[in-house]
Ligand binder design. Structure first.
Ligand code: ITT
Length: 193
């Protein structure tokens, strides 16, 4: 089946396309002619994921899903969380976000954090939410070149390398997004969609 993935983040698009290669044909926002910034004014990932799919449904009338995600760090009261993309301000600046996180974590002994992804699906007028979490630790310096944004700072539980060192193949099996996508596909196949 075909589903629009409501994201302007090309890394997310590539990751999810690779995960769903055999099951779902992902249609990008560009492919439906949507170039505008979709408002993300909620203060939860669930709220923002729903805003993205509702926007596409309202303006383009396509069945679609969206991911809202972020890094939640224990020692920072779960920041940057829903504000991960704009942690250091707008416009989005990956390098500045990474540097800000390293700075905020200076001297902190509790390095625990987790990536969380909330996927919203809007299908036949009904909304569904799926969540994926991967726990890990925050490094004290950048390590690795793969992935995007906070990946060089995040070591998933059970590993010694960051997502950026582990690369796409490992990341796409164990990441927060992979886990949320797995739930999405399980739901779709359980409902013969
Ligand atoms: P869309 O809203 O268009 O999907 P976005 O990048 O703005 O793109 P979010 O609002 O969901 O997406 O913000 C998620 C931010 O959380 C993202 O920009 C990264 O900074 C961070 N993030 C989420 N998943 C990540 C991952 O797998 N690796 C590194 N950083 C991630």
């Amino acid at each position: 089946m075909k589903l629009v993935f409501a994201t302007n983040n090309t890394h997310k698009l590539e990751e999810v396309r690779a995960m769903l290669l055999d099951t779902i044909e992902i249609v990008s926002l560009k492919e439906i002619g949507c170039y505008e910034e979709i408002p993300e004014t909620a203060n939860t990932m669930e709220g923002n994921a729903l805003l993205k799919v509702q926007y596409i449904q309202k303006h383009y009338e396509y069945a679609c899903f969206a991911d809202d995600s972020g890094l939640e760090v224990e020692a920072l009261n779960h920041a940057p969380g829903v504000y991960s993309a704009r942690y250091s301000g707008i416009p989005h600046d990956s390098e500045a976000n990474i540097n800000k996180l390293l700075q905020e974590m200076e001297g902190k002994t509790n390095r625990k954090g987790r990536f969380r992804s909330v996927i919203a699906l809007l299908l036949d007028g009904k909304e569904y939410l799926f969540e994926g979490i991967v726990k890990g630790t925050i490094t004290t310096e950048k390590r690795g070149k793969n992935g995007f944004d906070y990946d060089p700072l995040f070591i998933p539980e059970g590993y010694e390398q960051t997502f950026a060192e582990l690369g796409d193949e490992v990341k796409n099996k164990i990441s927060h997004r992979a886990r949320a996508v797995k739930q999405l596909t399980a739901f779709l196949s359980a409902n013969n969609i």
